[in-house]
Write a protein that binds this ligand. Structure first.
Ligand SMILES: Cc1cc2nc3c(=O)[nH]c(=O)nc-3n(C[C@H](O)[C@H](O)[C@H](O)COP(=O)(O)O)c2cc1C
Ligand code: SF4
Length: 803
């Protein structure tokens, strides 16, 4: 009774104490519900296609707002949403692009448990595991990091407290999963505790280091992750390599990225800096500075091993006396991963209301203050957006490395290279598998990419460490006309250089001076380029066919793409775990993106030839994956499935990625895999069969029998002239909508001649008109054999990257 009487006054008290958060919550909830209803009502069904004829369920492909590209000519309304009479799935549903500015949420500070910054270390039983992380583009940092780790190891083995230390382990930041080390310390024996040493250079151009920094920032800002998820570390220290000749002072950018790494790690560890940030100038004092830093770090390790923690003033010591200045710096920088000296120079310390930092400053009993939970500044300030940089500037190590490998860089993000098959075809020694399968003569083919950057770090890609990577396009963008003119001019120049090469056939040389095909693959991710559609149109207008390969990480761009002659999606693994290991994608939602791309491919299979490209890497994506690949094929129903053994590029990068010749499958292994896949598809009543092979490239083709077989004969070749005519509207296609009106063409409209006998499965795939040359120690003893058939022991070990 007493309780009931007091209830109204209690409720009134609660209302007075919490009315602001309660009101805010109610408003937020109402807005959320309203927004959800609005978005749902906007999603319209753009096709009323008939029920699926295949065993696969009807799927809707939804493009999440965060997948929509920025800085691009692709806009959601441009998404290809043609009705297809034959369509079996709901096409891509565009979602209105949301502004990505941080949402402003105001409310009362909820007292948050301060992170436990004390990694307890029992000096009688525990052991310290130092981990040395480094990043290097041109090799200097790598060399010094290895040397530093060596000296540290010798010291750890020989010092008085040797029993407390484990030998330092070195990790290249290009080859690790960030999430394995920078969300939580890695798992270890209960009495092993980690200590991080991070040695990095600085680059004022886009490099993988930006990606590392972005990852640290994202981890820090991720509300699902603890405030200081790395507080379990014993401590950390960072050393930076810079160049004072080009960047004389810190304000002008000297060691700017090392300073940023230091700040973010301070934040993630709960400020467990065991020794101050070291910085060395590669042109003068770097050795001395590194030596000083190493000795300082060793002293810190001695203190930890003796059970004295990190010393006075450092949270690890249990004495959190460090000033908040660091938090202010971080808050200021948090909008931009790469510090721009011009911007940072002018910034003044701003009051920070980052809730995560206020735990110790706010007295929970005091009057509640309104806090902006997501924005760091108290007053709106004009956003300072750093000017976009060049993706591959002429001064960058990437430019040097690519040029050395024979690439010509066009503008600042496109590349062209003449592949070994083009040279081979010029000399009458055979074309690549694309001739056997589709009729593309290699000497008429140009290999290029409008984006040298990509969003994966595949283990079989040679470019690690130096390749530009990124999840969004943030570079200076060259116009499509300039790229088209640049790549074609560079290609012709390279062909002309073959004029004096022994064996080049005059008629092929003459033919090569008119490019007929373009393989948009090479390196990087072509659909990342914001004006890819304009570039493709330019190719088609010039009657150049387009084979475009994408890595299934950019669904919005894929959905917006104009039809190409043949559209490829790289399928490097059959399941999420395996894909993470082999492609090492930068996107955290890589699997969702991958699946969305498969669904998009499925919707588009009636307007262009679609291909799954499987690259088999022994030890990574072959064993026990046949069923998984069959699932993916059933999901996307591509017209073709190309299965290819990985090509070993033989660079040190491949080695560091854990790839050796042992990972390159023999042709007989590729064939066995293809047979197993064929059986699996047949068991599911999927209409595929093994159509053709090119043993020399370790490549086999499966195709949809219902679409690319006529009168019992495979017709995998392409009628290119007809494709251009369809593109130009000179002839009408046969793709109709539900009303029966023609809305475009179908792959069947430009099917070419029957696949030649010599290319069919079981016949090897080498054009008998060409001269077969075996590599040393391979094939028949004589140097050249006409129309030779493979030995079955071929490996894709050539140094050239081929597509
Ligand atoms: C294109 C380019 C940009 C650079 N930018 C910076 C910079 O902003 N600040 C700096 O201190 N050093 C800069 N440097 C110098 C490098 O950090 C320095 O040469 C370092 O030793 C390179 O290490 P690495 O060989 O391990 O890649 C730059 C060097 C190049 C080639
Ligand atoms: S998608 Fe291509 S370019 Fe990108 S990492 Fe993989 S292999 Fe290299």
């Amino acid at each position: 009774m007493d309780i009931l009487e007091r209830l109204p006054s209690e409720l009134l008290l609660i209302w007075h104490a919490y009315r602001i958060p309660l009101l805010l919550s109610a408003v937020s909830l109402a807005t959320l519900v309203h927004l959800t209803i609005y978005l749902r009502s906007r999603r319209r069904k753009v096709s009323t296609s008939p029920a699926p004829s295949s065993p696969i369920e009807k799927k809707a492909v939804e493009l999440k707002p965060e997948w929509l590209p920025e800085n691009t000519t692709l806009v959601p309304t441009d998404l290809n949403l043609d009705n297809h009479a034959e369509e079996t799935v709901v096409p891509v549903a565009p979602i209105s692009k949301v502004k990505r500015a941080p949402k402003k949420v105001r409310g009362r500070k909820i007292a948050k448990k301060a992170p436990d910054t004390l990694a307890s270390f029992d000096h009688r039983t525990d052991r310290i595991q130092p981990l040395v992380f480094f990043q290097s583009l041109a090799g200097t940092t790598e060399r010094y990091a290895a040397q530093c780790a060596k000296v540290l190891t010798e010291w750890a083995i020989g010092c008085d407290q040797a029993a407390s230390y484990l030998a330092p382990r070195v990790h290249d930041l290009s080859y690790i999963e960030y999430d394995d080390f920078f969300i939580n310390p890695p798992k270890a024996e209960p009495n092993v505790k980690y200590f991080y040493l991070i040695i990095v250079p600085s680059y004022n151009i886009d490099t993988v280091l930006d990606n590392f920094l972005q990852n640290l920032q994202e981890t820090h800002n991720d509300f699902r992750i603890d405030t200081a998820p790395l507080s379990g570390l014993l401590g950390y220290s960072v050393f930076g390599f810079g160049d004072k000749e080009g960047w004389p002072t810190e304000e002008e950018g000297f060691c700017s990225q090392a300073r940023e790494v230091d700040k973010w790690i301070a934040r993630l560890t709960g400020r467990k800096r065991a020794y101050p940030l070291g910085m060395g100038d590669v042109k003068s004092d770097v050795e001395m500075r590194l030596e000083e830093w190493r000795v300082g770090v060793q002293e810190a390790l001695v203190e930890i091993a003796a059970g004295r923690g990190l010393g006075e003033g450092v949270p690890g010591s249990g004495d959190p006396a460090e000033s908040d200045e660091e938090d202010l710096d971080i808050a200021e920088d948090s909008d931009s991963v790469t510090s721009n000296p011009k911007l940072t120079k002018s910034k003044k310390p701003i009051r920070v209301d980052d809730v995560e930092d206020l735990g110790s400053l706010v007295d929970p009993a005091s009057t509640p203050i309104p806090i902006d939970f997501t924005n760091y500044v108290s007053k709106p300030t004009p956003k300072l957006t750093p000017a976009p940089k060049e993706m591959v500037p002429i001064t960058s190590p990437t430019h040097a490395a690519l040029t050395k490998q024979g690439y010509t860089i066009i503008g600042s993000h496109s590349g062209v290279k003449i592949c070994r098959w083009t040279k081979s075809a010029l000399r009458g020694r055979g074309s690549c598998y694309k001739y056997s399968f589709y009729g593309i003569q290699s000497h008429l083919c140009m290999e290029a990419t409008p984006s040298l950057s990509c969003s994966n770090k595949c283990v079989f890609c040679w470019r690690h460490g130096t390749n530009p990577v990124g999840t969004t396009w943030r570079w200076i963008t060259d116009p499509p006309d300039m790229i088209f003119d640049g790549i074609t001019t560079a290609h012709y120049k390279k062909i002309k250089m073959m004029k004096g090469v022994p064996g080049v056939r005059a008629e092929r040389f003459a033919e090569a001076m008119r490019i007929r095909h373009c393989a948009l693959s090479l390196v990087g991710e072509p659909i990342f380029y914001p004006h890819i559609n304009e570039l493709l149109s330019r190719m088609h207008q010039n009657r150049i066919s387009t084979f475009l390969v994408c890595n299934a990480q950019h669904p919005a761009q894929l959905a917006s793409l104009v039809p190409v002659t043949q559209l490829y999606v790289s399928i490097d693994a059959s399941n999420k775990d395996s894909l993470r290991k082999i492609d090492r994608p930068l996107h955290r939602d890589f699997w969702e993106r991958f699946c969305a791309c498969l669904d998009i491919l499925r919707t588009r299979r009636f307007e262009q030839r679609t291909v799954f490209r499987l690259t088999l890497v022994k030890g990574f994506n072959i064993d026990d994956e046949v069923k998984g690949y069959a699932d993916l094929i059933a999901r996307a129903l591509p017209g073709f499935v190309e299965v290819k053994g990985v090509t070993y590029c033989g660079t040190p990068a491949a080695g560091s990625a854990g790839l050796t010749m042992q990972n390159v499958p023999f042709y007989e292994e590729v064939s066995a895999f293809v047979s197993a896949l064929d059986d699996e598809l047949a068991a599911r009543d999927l209409p595929y069969g093994i159509a053709a092979e090119h043993a020399h490239s370790c490549c086999v083709l499966l195709a949809d029998r219902t679409r690319f077989m006529r009168d019992g004969k495979w017709v995998t070749r392409i009628d290119f002239e007809r494709f251009y005519d369809l593109w130009e509207g000179k002839v009408q296609g046969t793709r109709r909508d539900e009303a029966g009106d023609v809305v475009g063409w179908r792959p069947e409209d430009y099917v070419g001649e029957a696949t030649p006998e010599w290319a069919l499965w079981g016949n090897g795939g080498f054009d008998p008109r060409d001269q077969r040359v075996f590599r040393k120690g391979k094939g028949p003893k004589s140097d050249a054999v006409a129309g030779g058939v493979e030995t079955g022991t071929e490996k894709g070990g050539a140094a050239a990257l081929e597509f």
